[in-house]
Design a protein around this ligand. Structure first.
Ligand SMILES: Cc1ncc(COP(=O)(O)O)c(C=O)c1O
Length: 428
């Protein structure tokens, strides 16, 4: 039977052959599929790994194919372009990356971006209009808060937030107030929150939305940078889109995975404003994804050992490590929404900025730098660094205090890290 493409005069694009997704009835894991999914060596001279396609544009097989591809690019036909067109829209490296990214959360589709913030900005531009209200959890990564409150605010968008640990009833209350202010077009979450590690109950957010909205529901998007993709799969708890800053655990730039219905309009917006990943970065990310499970597993094991050391240390006030949650609402959310405790945590030292800085300045193995999820251990002071721009009262209310040090554990030897932290605490 002739398909639609051949009826329109466009020959179908040469696609990678369908790869093996199960063996002997066993569905293969994402960690296995990272080594080959979405790439067919036969399309690239037999190269085992995908080459980097450093080209700005792609040749059409005929004019009808070009037209058909542009129908996809411009959103005239949903689902994006079937063929490769121009590197602001798509490319082989980006497509393989997106195919592989979607596997970790069993998502319908994925889009990759040039950075976490370009993914988040593209999301807001896609779903939010002047007069709309964004409901979000707090705290958020500081640049996301700035984007909502200071930048979108200038374009007539308002927002209401609820604290990360809010109950279903409290979330309902905030959604109700937001509905009275205007059209609620997006519910935006971050869990665990940067930098406090507080968890959001995604199931409670989805239940509150179901109670208060009918018809076209406002999408729920969640920044899953801290635990994704190994230790949290928020799409299973009711989120529509899961966002990663891939400079973190995955090791590259950024991506959004989720339902096609929401990613199609985001793809059109990305095609217009050009926030796609470049081919070289996409290629680097493909390499990183091959070792993602290994790196995250080792980092998680290391963090458990390091946190056990910090837990009873006389100079430490509290360790905000998810693995220590045993009772209360946060522990309940942890059990329902998370598959692991992660390797990024908040450490509250006894004292204030002086003690936090003395600790940071003495570290020898851990690097004094912002970011998280790398192979190397990093430590920073959020109140003085990543969250400096957050107003003081909001910082206090959210627990972003001067004695807070955020630590992201890497894949070094755990006992070496403990020796480093021990020496740094002696200097406090
Ligand atoms: C939770 C979270 N979301 C988003 C971002 C932004 O990502 P990017 O730096 O890739 O723009 C960061 C960066 O640290 C982050 O920690």
């Amino acid at each position: 039977m002739e398909d639609e493409a051949s009826l329109s005069g466009a020959s179908p694009r040469r696609r990678p052959k369908t790869d093996v997704r199960e063996v002997g009835g066993r569905k293969l894991k994402a960690s296995t599929l990272m080594m080959g999914h979405g790439f067919d060596p036969a399309l690239s001279e037999g190269a085992l790994k995908p080459p980097i396609f450093l080209t700005s544009t792609f040749v059409f097989e005929n004019a009808a194919a070009g037209k058909r591809h542009f129908e996809g690019v411009t959103g005239k036909r949903p689902g994006g372009s079937e063929g490769l067109v121009y590197s602001r829209f798509n490319g082989p490296n980006q497509e393989i990356l997106e195919d592989r990214l979607s596997l970790w959360e069993d998502a319908e589709d994925a889009l990759s971006f040039s950075s976490g913030m370009s993914a988040i900005a593209t999301l807001f531009l896609t779903f939010v209009q002047p007069g709309d209200v964004i409901v979000h959890s707090g705290p958020l990564y500081a640049a996301t808060e700035t984007l909502i409150a200071r930048i979108l605010g200038k374009f007539g968008v308002s927002w209401l937030d609820f604290p990360a640990g809010a109950t279903e009833g409290e979330i309902e209350g905030v959604l109700e107030r937001a509905k009275a202010m205007g059209r609620v077009s997006l519910i935006y979450l971050e869990s665990p929150a940067n930098p406090t590690n507080a968890l959001v109950d995604v199931e409670a957010v989805a239940a509150a939305r179901a109670k208060l909205f009918t018809g076209d529901l406002p999408p729920i998007a969640i920044d899953n940078t801290f635990l994704g993709p190994l230790w949290a799969r928020p799409i299973e708890q009711g989120a529509d889109m899961s966002i990663y800053s891939l400079t973190k655990y995955a090791g590259g730039h950024s991506g959004v995975v989720g339902a096609k219905k929401f990613l199609d309009p985001m793809r059109s917006m990305r095609n217009t404003i050009g926030t796609i990943t470049d081919p070289h970065t996409a290629w680097m990310l493909l390499r990183s994804l091959e070792t993602l499970e290994l790196r995250m597993t080792r980092a998680g094991e290391n963090a458990a050992k390091v946190c056990a050391f910090f837990r009873d240390h006389p100079k430490i006030e509290t360790v905000g490590y998810l693995g220590f949650l045993t009772e209360g609402r946060q522990a309940d959310i942890y059990r329902r929404n998370c598959l692991g405790a992660g390797s990024t945590f908040s450490l509250y030292l006894k004292g204030g900025e002086r003690e936090a800085f003395a600790f940071l300045d003495t570290l020898k193995i851990a690097k004094l730098a912002v970011s998280l999820g790398g192979t190397e251990t990093l430590a920073s002071a959020p109140a003085a660094m990543t969250h400096l721009s957050v107003p003081d009262e909001r910082k206090q209310a959210m627990g972003i205090t001067d004695n807070l040090v955020r630590i992201s554990i890497g894949v070094e030897d755990a006992d070496d890290l403990i020796a480093d932290f021990d020496a740094a605490l002696q200097a406090v």
